[in-house]
Design a protein around this ligand. Structure first.
Ligand code: ITT
Length: 195
């Protein structure tokens, strides 16, 4: 069976790997490099919804084809939902994952409330319309960074029901329970019912 091609509008190679693992049974997922899209997309929105629309519509303007994006981040209860849409640049525009994690742990050094959630909003362009799918996973922020798998805040996020961080648990478990996996399940269900 020839799989239908879908463009994932992301420059984050880790996200692309996760999306590939989650969707490869159903679709051939191609990234921005594969379609020669090199323009920087400025994520100027104030919400995950706005930013996911900005990314998907940039590709629609360029190619007018079947595509989606994911805008995601970490929301920490004691920080009133921060870093939120600023997750990628919490410690500054060019911040590394390491810088962002250090800043987070520093801000939470004396905090006993460690509740947090990862959230994803997917914006899909299908049949000339935009459709949104949300996913989240609740958990706790660890006291220190642990594990080597994944990306972003995975070394400090302990999902509910587990004692290890996503970076310790690895891709197989993360891809069953993550915010991104939940949103992708909804997207697949929608396409199965409407395609
Ligand atoms: P694209 O916009 O190109 O897709 P990005 O990394 O800039 O890539 P976002 O704007 O959605 O993506 O920012 C998401 C940030 O939130 C990401 O850089 C991580 O710091 C964090 N994040 C999102 N999902 C995560 C996950 O599954 N595990 C760990 N951190 C995550």
């Amino acid at each position: 069976m020839v799989k239908k091609k879908i463009i994932f509008a992301s420059n984050n190679a880790h996200k692309l790997n996760e999306i590939n693992a989650l969707l490869s049974n159903n679709f051939e997922v191609v990234g921005l490099k594969d379609v020669n899209y090199t323009t920087e997309i400025i994520e100027s929105g104030n919400t995950f919804h706005e930013n996911s629309f900005i990314k998907t519509s940039a590709i629609v303007d360029f190619l007018n084809s079947f595509c989606f994006s994911d805008d995601s981040g970490l929301e920490v209860e004691c920080l009133n939902g921060q870093p939120g849409v600023y997750s990628a640049r919490f410690a500054g525009e060019k911040a590394s994952d390491y810088d962002n994690i250090n800043l987070l742990l520093q801000k939470m050094a004396n905090e006993t409330n460690r509740n947090a959630q990862f959230k994803t909003v997917i914006c899909l362009y299908f049949n000339n319309k935009y459709h949104y799918f949300e996913g989240f996973v609740k958990g706790q922020i660890a006291m220190e960074s642990r594990g080597v798998n994944g990306f972003g805040y995975d070394p400090v996020f302990i999902p509910e029901g587990f004692e290890n961080t996503f970076a310790e648990l690895g891709a197989e478990i993360k891809n069953k329970i993550s915010h991104r996996a939940m949103a992708i399940q909804k997207l697949v269900k929608f396409l199965n019912e409407n395609d």
